[in-house]
Structures are given as C-alpha cells and as structure tokens.
Design a protein around this ligand. Structure first.
Ligand SMILES: C[S@@+](CC[C@H](N)C(=O)[O-])C[C@H]1O[C@@H](n2cnc3c(N)ncnc32)[C@H](O)[C@@H]1O
Ligand code: SF4
Ligand code: SF4
Length: 306
C-alpha cells in the first residue's frame, strides 16, 4: 500500500473484530434499517472464529451489535469468556434489557447505548417508556464502572435539538457523554444494502439533505466519520464476513481462513488507494457504495476512474 496513513490505520483496524450474532430484536423502531432475519451465531461458532483469528493476528477488541445482543441467553457468558482472554468488548445495545450485574469485568466493556434524542422523540421511534429504561440502564452502568458511549440517529426533525439533547444527557448522566451521530441512512444506502429495511418516508423522521449531512460530519463525531477508515473484519449472523459493518460484498465466510480474509480486506484498500478516490481520507472497502454517501463525500465513482 503506497498511502502510509491508510496502511498504518489498517494495522490498528486489524486488531479489532466486529460481530453481529443476530438480527432479532425486542423493539421495532420505526426507522430501524435492519431486516429481522432468523439467523443466529452460536457462542461456540463465535469463539472458534475468534480463536482462529488470534492465531494469525493480534486481537485487542471486539464490537458486538445486532439486532439486540442481550436477547441471546448465553451472550453474557460469551462476554465473560472473552474478557477473561483480555479482549476488550464493545456492545451496541438499545439499553432496554438489563443484564449488567452478570458481567464480571465492567472495566473491560464499553456499553454503547442508542438514544435518538430527547425523550419524546426517542420514544416516538423506539416506543413509549424506552428513553427512561435506556437512560436508567446507562446511569447504572456508569455507577458499576462500565465505559459508556452514545449512538444517536439524526433526521431533519431532531437535528436542531442536538444542543438540548447533549445538555439533557449530561444532566441525566452527571457528566458529558461521548456521542456519535448517525445520519439516518440515506435512500441510496437502503436501496443497495442486502439487509436494509425501510426505504420510504416515515412521518416525523425525514432523511437529512446532503448539505445537512456534510454540516453534521464537519461539526460532530459521526458514523461514517468524515475521513472514513471505518473498515473492520465483520462477521454477520448469516456467517458471511464483510470488510465493514455495513458491507455489501463479502470477503469470505466464517469458515474462510483468517489470513485470506485479512488479505482480501487489504486488497480492497489497495484498490481504493490505487484509484486515489479521495486522497485526504483513510479509505473505504466498498468503493461503489461508501455507505450511500458518495455524492456527499465528493468521491468519484469507480466507473469514472477506471
Ligand atoms: C441496528 S442497531 C443494533 C443495536 C441495537 N439494537 C441498538 O439499537 O443500538 C445498530 C445502530 O444502528 C442505528 N440505526 C438504526 N436504524 C438506523 C437508521 N435508519 N439510520 C442510521 N442508524 C440507524 C441504531 O440506532 C444503533 O445505534
Ligand atoms: S434500531 Fe436497534 S433496537 Fe431498534 S429495532 Fe433496530 S435493532 Fe432493534
Ligand atoms: S461502506 Fe465504507 S464508509 Fe460505509 S462503513 Fe463500510 S468502510 Fe465505512
């Protein structure tokens, strides 16, 4: 890889895995983009994948997402086994299922709770009473010594409320929280993605314009980040492995050699680097997709470059 910034970033990224063991959920959020499929990865299959990965690559952390991972009966057991191996765990959760007391090493876990804005707005998407449930869990997690963070979906309706949301959250939690803002996934994303769900307009949850997405990316921590670099080996519930949590073209499957998965990821980035789509950024492994934001990020399409 010629671009040193990308190759150094990749070295760090490889020390991390993303695992999505299921798509099922206890909530039915109005604008959730995931299809609720029946696939579930067993604890044994996950541990075997991690074990094989560790044989070829230093592993420091794993992010778990879903669906809602706390629905899995043996999820906490899995977390405890992984932290005992000195692997730092991040969990993206809706924060409505409280199994915190069963987690043995809170200091080895970063709980990322999704809150979509102030109480009424959050509950309009996630269901009445869920803002209180999730913020109660968050407060408890802070007291128990978990690392904590927030993910927050942004639409036209809550964009202007961000300052009030940040203030309210700081009051509830007793400290300023780290928040990553997720612009509601654009139609171009939803149309291209194999497990995306809602394409149409949902009343009260309008997509942001390109200008609004750009403004948000410049002023706040967002996903994807403004300079990209959000690739990671990502194992999904159907056993496919992608180059990032939003991938649409697999690198292989759960049975593919870890070394081959890593090489495939590197080759994807080498293509990005070679084509020099956006020499200021850290790259993306889905060159024709880029989270459906190619126009926003002023990234030249592959066809125009070949
Ligand atoms: C699919 S959820 C799974 C984890 C968990 N159930 C939760 O809600 O946090 C993963 C993340 O995607 C976010 N998300 C869901 N629908 C979205 C959408 N349409 N646009 C952007 N982000 C979305 C959620 O808020 C959450 O932070
Ligand atoms: S956003 Fe999370 S909590 Fe809401 S339905 Fe989707 S997976 Fe479930
Ligand atoms: S498609 Fe590209 S921008 Fe989106 S998460 Fe994957 S690597 Fe990041």
């Amino acid at each position: 890889m010629e671009n040193k910034k990308i190759s150094q970033h990749l070295e760090n990224t490889l020390k991390h895995l993303y695992i999505n063991p299921l798509e099922k959920c206890n909530l039915a959020c109005k604008i959730c983009y995931t299809k609720k499929t029946k696939f579930v990865l067993s604890k044994e299959a996950i541990l075997d994948f991690v074990d094989r990965y560790q044989k070829v690559q230093k592993l420091e952390s794993i992010t778990f997402c879903g669906g809602e991972v706390f629905l899995l009966a043996d999820f906490v057991e899995l977390i405890n086994e992984l932290t005992a191996k000195n692997i730092f765990i991040q969990i993206i959760s809706n924060g409505t299922i409280d199994r915190l007391a069963e987690i043995k090493e809170p200091n080895m876990v970063n709980l990322i709770i999704s809150l979509d804005g102030l109480k009424d707005y959050h509950d309009q998407n996630r269901g009445i009473g869920n803002f209180a449930k999730s913020t109660d869990l968050l407060k408890k997690a802070i007291v128990l010594g978990f690392h904590t963070e927030i993910f927050s979906i942004v639409t036209k309706e809550n964009l202007e409320q961000i300052p009030q949301f940040e203030e309210a959250l700081a009051t509830i939690c007793g400290k300023k929280m780290e928040i990553t803002y997720h612009p509601r996934k654009p139609r171009t994303y939803l149309k291209a993605h194999p497990i995306s769900n809602i394409l149409g307009t949902v009343k009260g949850f309008e997509f942001l314009s390109s200008q609004e997405i750009n403004g948000l990316m410049k002023t706040k921590q967002t996903f994807p980040p403004q300079n990209l670099g959000c690739y990671q080996i990502s194992l999904m519930s159907n056993g496919q492995v992608y180059g990032c949590c939003e991938g649409i073209t697999p690198l292989g499957s759960i049975t593919t050699d870890s070394e081959e998965l890593i090489n495939n990821l590197k080759n994807r980035l080498a293509i990005w680097d070679h084509k020099n789509y956006n020499n200021k950024c850290l790259g993306c492994v889905e060159k024709d997709f880029v989270c459906g934001l190619t126009d926003n990020l002023k990234i030249k399409k592959y066809e125009n470059n070949s």
